[in-house]
Design a protein around this ligand. Structure first.
Ligand code: GRF
Length: 200
């Protein structure tokens, strides 16, 4: 006997900038059968370009600027968390969200928060990943989707895509090719993750 299709998992995407990964996640969800829907796009930057992109795609958006909270990171995160809960969010996808999270938010979403990082982790956590890969003479770069844990860029790896590093590559050229790979990898991994949750 076939069981009725599970309803899509409600995902929030957290961004700070242009949100090209976020757009890819929305497009995959709107194309259907992804296993998730984007319930909210949230940014810590009021004028983040990605907010307008998400709104144009018909997705609910909210900006919760961190600046008014000063040094109190947790107070900002409590406001973020409240917006996520209000929107009935089940899974959080970080996509260029340029804030280091406190253990409080990480624990609140333990096992339900994913991130995409532009390197083949565990290589090159942190910033300037493409320049570091080129300087090291690596033959390939790439991107990683992982679960978020308290250590920055350290959580269990859910998927990776590899991209060759070419002779005379520059960080910006490599970054562009890796971004193209990110836009395929993230929807795929998030979709598999959400379908797995729905089966639990
Ligand atoms: C991506 O390279 C992602 O891997 C990193 O931040 C960047 C976000 O880019 N975490 P975009 O805003 O999705 O275009």
């Amino acid at each position: 006997m076939s069981s009725p299709a599970a309803s899509p998992v409600r995902v929030a995407v957290l961004i700070s900038g242009t949100g090209s990964n976020m757009a890819a996640l929305i497009d995959a969800a709107q194309a259907g059968a992804s296993g998730y829907e984007i319930a909210l796009v949230l940014s810590n930057i009021e004028g983040a370009g990605g907010l307008a992109v998400a709104a144009a795609k018909g997705v609910k958006t909210v900006a919760i600027p961190h600046k008014p909270f000063g040094k109190d990171r947790e107070a900002h995160e409590q406001a973020v968390d409240a917006a996520l809960r209000d929107a009935g969010v089940q899974v959080v996808a970080l996509a260029g969200y340029m804030r280091i999270l406190t253990p409080w938010l990480v624990r609140a979403w333990d096992g339900r928060m994913l991130n995409i990082h532009p390197s083949l982790l565990p290589l090159y956590p942190g910033l300037d990943t493409h320049a570091r890969a080129i300087a090291a003479g690596d033959a390939e770069g790439g991107c990683t989707v992982h679960l978020v844990t308290e250590g920055v860029d350290e959580g269990p790896i859910l998927g990776q895509a590899r991209v060759p590093i070419l002779a005379d590559d520059t960080p910006s050229a490599l970054s562009e090719r890796v971004k193209t790979a990110e836009h395929t990898l993230y929807p795929q991994v998030l979709g598999d993750f959400c379908k797995g949750l729905a089966r639990k």
